[in-house]
Every structure is written in structure tokens, then in C-alpha cells.
Design a protein around this ligand. Structure first.
Ligand code: SF4
Length: 449
């Protein structure tokens, strides 16, 4: 049961010393009750109070770590059902699929394709983070070992989907150092699978033929002392899978039912049964509701571009504009003699403009001043991207670092040209085209003249 602010307040030292960053112990207690602060932020809490409170005030969903090194990911740790309430914490990770029914050529092609999608969007790397290696009952376990070895060579975090205890144990011998997920426990084998997962020190995936069975098996695993779990909520139908995913999350967050307080796996590839367009729809739906890991057949650009864009929008803080830091960004080897361009610090604008500048191949200095993280016209209308703010930034931060006296401003704020020239004596202010995509030709023409 979650504690109220008053219940927490009763256990605080009531010093009102402000060391936790809150003005009073009551304010601190309210924040802890909302999940906005951790109880350990108060250095004066007694051992007894800490032990009573830390379990009761822990986030309703556990954060589970999988993988190692560059392929280590945190899953879960969510505190809300809806993104507008508070930021979602751990973004959905995507896994490509391999299974023992694939012939060698298909499996090799699938493995090669894993590295195909790899790009940066608004400062975030977009790639296939995981590989799901599926063992179909009755297949030769040697073939599974071969697949696991090949999948391990990709360096991606692995999901070993395997319900055969002996095969799972042998597969873990190949890759347990890389901390894969062993997704294999169900009502029939959970004790043995638990022993295998705990011996290897890896996260155990649990599934059930319906949500009650999933709950009971998870509770039984917790009784065995394993709280390093993920829940595979995939059922035979999309409807049941969706219902499972939502019920698990609601139960964890709204009812603080900690038995369902674990991250989840959804196998969109299995549900789509080879229909690519349907798989794309399902991957999007379960990114929103509430797959911590979504398994697809294969990640290609047609699937990745909308899916990663959706994920990036979901897993950003809606209360904070996405900004880049003010500064001079030298592009294509730009130096003190290169021309300056300026735009706003809104991350999407920055990455669009800098991408086009890179494409032009022309050395430039991209000057970013603080425009409140807003787009060009919005920040101009709000007075945050004005002749005064731009000229002040240039005079204080750019003029002594750059010899060129050419400044290109966005076409949408051409109206600033006259005012800027009067505020920046000695500078030639040039108006860029309206759209970023036109910058390549514009800069090449400028360079040629
Ligand atoms: Fe109260 Fe502890 Fe915060 Fe001090 S640090 S104000 S004692 S809750």
C-alpha cells in the first residue's frame, strides 16, 4: 500500500533544516508520497524509519537492468500511466528476431540486417538494441546454440526465448557474461528456470496462458526470492495482448500491486504473423501501451523511421523544451574565417539545419543563442529571437572568436536584417532561404561567388 504524505511526515525528524532541498519536512513528505523524491534525500532519517519507508515508497514498477557496456539498458521504473502526467522513464527497446526454424541463409541475412538501421535523430542514436533468439520446442538444440553464438557476435543485448530448461542452460553458458534476458519461465517450469537464471545472474522472463496464470507464476517466483523479472504479456491474440499489457501497467501503477511491477515484453512479430504493415501498427501501439521491449521480425528503415520518431516523442519530458546548448558549432571544419549562420536552440531546428549544413560541405560556424527552446517564428514572436538578443550574443560571444563578418539569418525572420545591421556595425547580414532544405544550394552558390 502506498503511504500518504502525512504518514511519511510522522516518520521524518521534523527539523525543517531544508537540507533535502524542500522548505519543510512536510513538503518533503508530500514529494516522497508523489514519487517525486526518494526518502534517502533526508540525511537525518532514522534506520528504523528508512527500512519501513524504503519498501513502501519505492517506485511501483521496478527498474530492471539488462545487457552490459554499450548494450546495457534500463527497463521499467515507470511511475505514471499517461505521458502528460509525468515523463515516461525507460524508453521502449526493439529486438529483431531469429528462430530455429530459419534456414542458415535466412538467419545470416537477418543477422546482417541488424546493423543496417543505425542513425542519429535529435541527438539520439536509433538502432536495433536487442536480438530475440527463439527456440521452438522440438528443434535441435545444437541449432539454437549456433544461432545464439551468431546473435552474441552482433554485440546486441540478447533475449533467449526458450522454455526448454537444458537448452536454456546451455545457451546461457555461451552468453551469460553479456547479461541477456532468459525469457522462458511459465507455470510448468518456473522453479527450474529460476535456478538456471539465478545461477547465471540474468533477468528471467515470465509468461502465462492468461493474466491470472502470469500473476500466479510471477508471485511464485517472488516467493522463491527472484525479483529480477520481466513479464512477457504476449498472448495468442492482439486483443488479449493489449488487455494484458494495459492491465499489468494499471495494476502496478494505480493499485501499487508490486507483483505486476515489472517491465514487459511484447512480441509484435508473433502477433503479426508475417504481415509487415500490421507489425508496424502493432509495434507503434505497444510502444505507447506499454512494451518495455517490443520484438519485431526485422528492423528496416520503413519500420524504423516512424517508430523511432514516435518513441522519441513519447519518451521526452513534455514540460521541458528540447534544447541544444548555446555556442558556436563549427561544421565541415569551420574556423575563424568561415561565415556565421544563426538559428534558434530548439533541438529539432538545430538538427535539421545542422544536417543540411553538413550536406552542403561548406565550412561554417553555426551560432546558437538562448531562444527558449522554441522554433524560429515562435521565439521571434515571443521576443526571444530578436535583433537585440542575437546581436548581444554575437557581440559578447562570437565577435572576438570569429574574423568573418558575414552573418546568415533564417529566411523566416528576414524582417530582422535592418535592425541587426544597425546593432552589429561592420557585419553584413544575409537572409537565408525560407526552408532548411534550400540551404545546400544557397551555401554552395555563396561559396562560388
Ligand atoms: Fe526535514 Fe530531513 Fe528535509 Fe531536513 S532534510 S527538512 S529534516 S526532511
Amino acid at each position: 500500500m502506498a503511504l500518504t504524505g502525512i504518514q511519511i511526515f510522522k516518520m521524518t525528524p521534523k527539523k525543517n533544516c531544508k537540507e533535502c532541498g524542500c522548505p519543510t519536512c512536510m513538503a518533503f513528505s508530500m514529494k516522497v508520497a508523489q514519487g517525486a523524491m526518494d526518502i534517502s534525500a533526508c540525511p537525518y532519517m532514522s534506520e528504523d524509519a528508512l527500512s519501513q519507508l524504503s519498501e513502501a515508497t519505492a517506485p511501483p514498477m521496478k527498474t530492471i537492468k539488462v545487457g552490459t557496456g554499450d548494450s546495457e539498458y534500463s527497463l521499467g521504473g515507470e511511475t505514471v500511466l499517461y505521458r502528460h502526467e509525468k515523463t515516461f522513464v525507460s524508453k521502449t527497446r526493439y529486438a529483431a528476431s531469429l528462430d530455429t526454424q530459419m534456414d542458415d541463409v535466412t538467419a545470416d541475412e537477418r543477422i546482417k540486417s541488424i546493423a543496417k538501421v543505425d542513425y542519429v535523430r535529435i541527438g539520439e542514436r536509433m538502432h536495433t538494441e536487442m536480438v530475440n533468439v527463439n527456440y521452438l520446442d522440438g528443434d535441435a538444440s545444437e541449432k539454437y546454440m549456433e544461432l545464439v553464438k551468431k546473435a552474441a557476435e552482433t554485440g546486441r543485448c540478447l533475449i533467449l526465448s526458450c522454455k526448454d530448461v537444458k537448452t536454456a542452460e546451455a545457451a546461457l553458458e555461451i552468453c551469460k557474461e553479456a547479461k541477456p534476458i532468459l525469457n522462458g519461465a511459465d507455470v510448468s517450469n518456473y522453479k527450474e528456470m529460476n535456478d538456471v537464471a539465478q545461477a547465471a545472474g540474468v533477468v528471467l522472463g515470465v509468461s502465462g496462458s492468461n493474466i491470472s496464470e502470469l500473476y500466479d507464476t510471477t508471485a511464485a517466483l517472488e516467493k522463491l526470492g527472484n525479483k529480477n523479472l520481466v513479464l512477457d504479456v504476449t498472448a495468442d491474440t492482439v486483443k488479449e495482448t493489449f488487455s494484458n499489457a494495459v492491465q499489468v501497467r494499471r495494476s502496478a501503477i494505480k493499485d501499487t500491486n508490486r507483483t505486476f511491477g515489472y517491465p514487459s515484453i511484447v512480441n509484435a512479430a508473433k502477433l503479426a504473423r508475417g504481415d509487415k504493415a500490421f507489425e508496424q501498427t502493432l509495434a507503434s501501439v505497444f510502444t505507447m501501451k506499454y512494451g518495455s521491449i517490443v520484438i519485431v521480425d526485422e528492423m528496416d528503415y520503413a519500420l524504423a523511421l516512424p517508430l523511432y520518431g514516435l518513441r522519441q516523442n513519447l519518451f521526452t519530458d513534455p514540460q521541458k523544451p528540447m534544447k541544444v546548448d548555446p555556442g558556436i558549432y563549427q561544421i565541415n571544419g569551420g574556423d575563424e574565417n568561415s561565415i556565421c549562420l544563426t538559428t534558434v536552440d530548439f533541438a529539432l531546428t538545430y538538427f535539421l539545419v545542422s544536417g543540411e549544413l553538413e550536406r552542403s560541405g561548406v565550412p561554417v560556424n553555426l551560432v546558437i543563442s538562448d531562444a527558449g527552446g522554441l522554433s524560429v517564428l515562435t521565439s521571434w514572436a515571443a521576443g526571444k529571437f530578436s535583433a537585440t538578443s542575437i546581436s548581444k550574443y554575437i557581440l559578447e560571444n562570437v565577435e572576438d572568436k570569429v574574423k568573418s563578418r558575414k552573418l546568415v539569418i533564417p529566411g523566416k525572420v528576414a524582417v530582422l536584417k535592418g535592425d541587426l545591421e544597425s546593432k552589429l556595425p561592420g557585419w553584413e547580414v544575409i537572409v537565408a532561404p525560407l526552408e532548411a532544405v534550400q540551404l545546400v544550394k544557397f551555401l554552395k552558390d555563396m561559396q562560388a561567388n
